[in-house]
Design a protein around this ligand. Sequence first.
Ligand SMILES: Cc1cc2nc3c(=O)[nH]c(=O)nc-3n(C[C@H](O)[C@H](O)[C@H](O)COP(=O)(O)O)c2cc1C
Length: 250
Amino acid sequence: MAKIATLTTTTVNSLKSSTALLDTTPSVPTTPDYMTSLTTLLESRHSTRAFLSTPVPTSILHTALSAAQHAPSNSNVQNWRLYLVSGQSLGDLKAALTLAASEASPKIPPLPPKYSHFRSELGHKVYGEGYGIPRSDLAGKIAKERRNYSFFDAPVAGIVCMDKSLSRVDALSVGMWLQSFLLGLTAQGLSSCIEVSVAGYMDIIADVLGLGDDMEVLCGVAIGYEDQGEKINGIRSGRMDWRECVVERA
Ligand SMILES: Cc1cc2nc3c(=O)[nH]c(=O)nc-3n(C[C@H](O)[C@H](O)[C@H](O)COP(=O)(O)O)c2cc1C
């Protein structure tokens, strides 16, 4: 392992000095250990649906936000906008969303039928395995679904927004930033759960947080320390093999 690392660094350095083109070689350590760390970080992040009330140090959030700011974006517009909510503001938001959810269904775009089996599988995992609710217990399922609107008791919530005048390619930039932010949190021992569910009550959020008319809510994020004693946090969503998502042509 160490031998490969030395060889790689040496090769990169000699190539760098021999051609100006390679001056853009990134200054990250291109060692197998570095890739292992990245993979571990990517595998460690998972959606957490029960949090401790332990407060989150602001410095941790700021460190992750500062790192995530390096995310790439279309025309370098950096069009992610985040409202970080805690304390009384979070209490107000949770109350308004929970009330709204008890009165009407969230306005979320439906999943096309050809993808609906993914949702069924996830539902079985979360509500069956994680919460132990039998398929026949609709009221029990709805009660747990409502936990989305209290951000699973997380002490911090994020509301991820984008300017309405931008398009789907810019939403891609927000996604790149969001994953970077979440990995920055994971690397510092924090857990999270992205929630499109809360975006289903965009008007309520706009009202409580005073969002401008030009802002659209893409999703929420629950942020805090994971309650490891809760079974729901032990579930892991499956993944397709990457070969099912990639076409290689040579
Ligand atoms: C755009 C987006 C929206 C999501 N919305 C919700 C949500 O409303 N509620 C929820 O419990 N999880 C939500 N999730 C979490 C997904 O269910 C989860 O990412 C997926 O099952 C993979 O599991 P993992 O995050 O544990 O790796 C969302 C994830 C993404 C990326």
